[in-house]
Ligand binder design. Structure first.
Ligand SMILES: [Zn+2]
Length: 225
């Protein structure tokens, strides 16, 4: 029996990652074919056991992912890590704690937000003010991506004009990692850009996923002018 763990509606997010790889290679003079082959190899290595390796080869790399596809969390996790390492070199910085300091997972999240705001989730962005989007749309997208259990712990608080605090607790989630948190920073940042927020800033100083973290929860401070 396949040990695939929890699945969420990650299809469109994974499709976005594939497009991000293409976009990143084009803009940074990398060869797409060899980069993608290296990412596949690294993802298979990170997946570890043969069943998961087979899943990656048959499902993820065969091009049969639809926007509506449900995929196991671990697929998102290994793919993100493999992509980060290959695109920036094996010693790349894997994560960030602020939108002022970019890294591959941050850019991947930002790319997906910008892309989804113009395509699949257009109606969830169109004509919305940033504060309305934070209160109404972000929780919907979070639920899609992280599922009911994690969404139960999501808190979105308006702490002042143009200032929100987002608190999450996804410790029970297999894909939770500081890299995944960086995609959240990127997704929030990219969304605010699309919503016309001026000088958006997303910082993530309290991260419950970082090794040795005592708090267990992740706090994202979101602001704009
Ligand atoms: Zn975190």
């Amino acid at each position: 029996m396949a040990q695939n763990g929890k699945e969420h509606q990650l299809g469109d997010f994974i499709k976005g990652r594939l497009q991000f790889i293409q976009d990143y290679c084009e803009n940074n003079g990398l060869n797409l074919e060899t980069s993608f082959a290296d990412i596949q190899k690294e993802a298979v290595r990170l997946a570890g056991d043969p069943e998961r390796q087979e899943y990656l080869e048959k499902r993820l790399f065969s091009g049969s992912i639809l926007s509506s596809s449900f995929l196991p969390d671990w697929v998102d996790k290994v793919f993100l890590e493999a992509m980060t390492k290959v695109l920036k070199g094996m010693h790349a910085k894997l994560y960030t704690s602020t939108s002022e300091e970019s890294c591959i997972p941050f850019e991947a999240g930002r790319f997906n937000a910008r892309r989804q705001a113009e395509t699949v989730f257009k109606l969830l962005y169109q004509g919305k003010r940033p504060e309305v989007w934070m209160k109404t749309t972000f929780p919907v997208l979070y639920l899609k991506c992280y599922g009911d259990d994690a969404a139960k712990h999501l808190k979105v608080e308006e702490t002042g004009p143009g200032h929100f605090r987002v608190t999450t607790d996804n410790r029970d989630l297999e894909k939770a990692s500081p890299m995944d948190c960086s995609t959240v920073i990127g997704y929030l940042f990219g969304s605010l850009e699309m919503l016309g927020a001026e000088r958006p800033l997303v910082t993530h100083d309290i991260c419950g996923i970082k090794p040795g973290s005592p708090s267990g929860v992740c706090v994202f401070e979101v602001s704009w002018k």
